[in-house]
Design a binder for this molecule. Structure first.
Ligand SMILES: NC(=O)c1ccc[n+]([C@@H]2O[C@H](COP(=O)([O-])OP(=O)(O)OC[C@H]3O[C@@H](n4cnc5c(N)ncnc54)[C@H](O)[C@@H]3O)[C@@H](O)[C@H]2O)c1
Length: 368
């Protein structure tokens, strides 16, 4: 059994580290079900803190706290730039989801979420699924999103995530080539899973030429069988070296690194994957090469926009209209980057911090 007393770094991490500035961190334990969880609330400046629940076997309790703090902070920025009146938070449940997840544990977790009285709203993340949120919602009915449509939820969030990435890509094309269409452009999509395959459909409909790769042969076959004009290459290393106009990382994080950036042929990078920049400084390497980078957390916000809409009784058209605004937000970021002489990733952070500091309500966000 892990011991919270082995994590002397929690207080300094919360109050003094670079990741600090969080409002509240709750350590939760339910002995009967074996639940051990961390709920981190970074900011409620714009509203209740919304962010998913990660279920993961961490190497230590401290690693779990650190992950919760980092992820919660990221959600504040994402929700701010998604134009949501929601703050940022995230929860992690410590354990192996295949071994330790149980109905009793998820119900206990929901009771902790409910105990925060709306300061934190949960959703799915790595290791938790729509069916799990249906269980959590039994004990935290007002504060659980990511539920199934039968249970008042929005279901699979990848639909609007892909739509938002497509809008971000259109804005990137507008900024780079003065025209938002991808018609006639060659787009490489690395990872054609839930989000990537929807993105391919949007691109083909817009008249783009698409090149794909995926480590799972069946994911590639699903696309090629429907769209024989799509080309597949063996892996992401080959894809970045293939002549492309746009590169869309839609698999795992760290796709933009010291190996891939010098090799990239594309002049735009815009994809769904979280944490695409392998380390600080990569955004500058991209800018130095003249590659326009659409910040990941801005363009992949369609999913959080979708689940946030559940709080008002899910309406697909309303959520899609909000996700369409990712086009305007992405353009505003490029404009700010040009005006301030900084990479788009830094401009995105500045705009998010500005909105949180001003507490600008969603309806006036991005209006002059
Ligand atoms: N699903 C959402 O709503 C959502 C929202 C925001 C961000 N994201 C991010 O977008 C990315 C994709 O999410 P998803 O829901 O489509 O996941 P997914 O698991 O359905 O798809 C990922 C695909 O990438 C493939 N893949 C893994 N490693 C690869 C590699 N090295 N090279 C090529 N392909 C590889 C997998 O086989 C899979 O088909 C993730 O980084 C996720 O965090 C997803």
């Amino acid at each position: 059994m892990t011991d919270v007393r082995q994590t002397p770094g929690i207080v300094s991490t919360l109050f003094r580290s670079e990741q600090g500035g969080h409002e509240q961190v709750v350590l939760c334990q339910d002995r009967a079900s074996g639940l051990k969880a961390v709920i981190a609330i970074h900011s409620t400046a714009l509203g209740p803190a919304l962010g998913g629940t990660r279920f993961h076997a961490y190497s230590s309790d401290e690693a779990a706290v650190e992950d919760a703090l980092n992820l919660a902070r990221g959600m504040s920025y994402k929700n701010a730039l998604a134009g949501l009146d929601l703050g940022g938070g995230k929860a992690v449940i410590i354990g192996d989801p295949d071994m330790d997840k149980s109905e009793e544990l998820l119900l206990a977790y929901g009771r902790f979420v409910a105990s925060l009285g709306g300061r934190y709203v949960t959703a799915c993340d790595v290791g938790t699924y729509v069916a799990d949120m249906d269980v959590v919602s039994r004990t935290a009915p007002q504060w659980t999103t990511g539920r199934s449509p039968e249970n008042g939820g929005a279901g699979d969030s990848s639909v609007l995530t892909a739509w938002g990435v497509f809008q971000g890509m259109r804005a990137s094309a507008q900024a780079k080539w003065g025209d938002p269409t991808l018609r006639g452009r060659r787009v490489g999509v690395a990872g054609v899973g839930k989000v990537g395959h929807h993105l391919v459909e949007h691109l083909l409909k817009d008249g783009a030429e698409v090149v794909i790769t995926d480590v799972r042969g069946e994911a590639v076959d699903r696309i090629i069988s429907r769209h024989p004009g799509v080309t597949a290459v063996s892996d992401a290393d080959v894809l970045v070296r293939t002549p492309l106009d746009v590169y869309a990382p839609c698999a795992l994080g760290g796709a933009l690194n010291d190996d891939s950036v010098p090799a990239l042929t594309a002049s735009i990078v815009c994809g769904a994957a979280n944490n695409q920049l392998a380390h600080p400084g990569v955004e500058k390497d991209l800018a130095d090469r003249g590659i326009l980078y659409a910040p990941d957390y801005v363009v992949n916000a369609g999913g959080v926009i979708q689940v946030a809409d559940e709080l008002h009784g899910f309406d697909f058209d309303r959520a899609r209209a909000k996700a369409t605004k990712i086009f305007d937000t992405t353009l505003a970021i490029f404009e700010r980057a040009a005006a301030d002489g900084i990479p788009p990733a830094a401009a995105a952070d500045r705009l998010a911090e500005q909105r949180m500091a001003e507490r600008t309500p969603a309806e006036s966000w991005l209006r002059p």
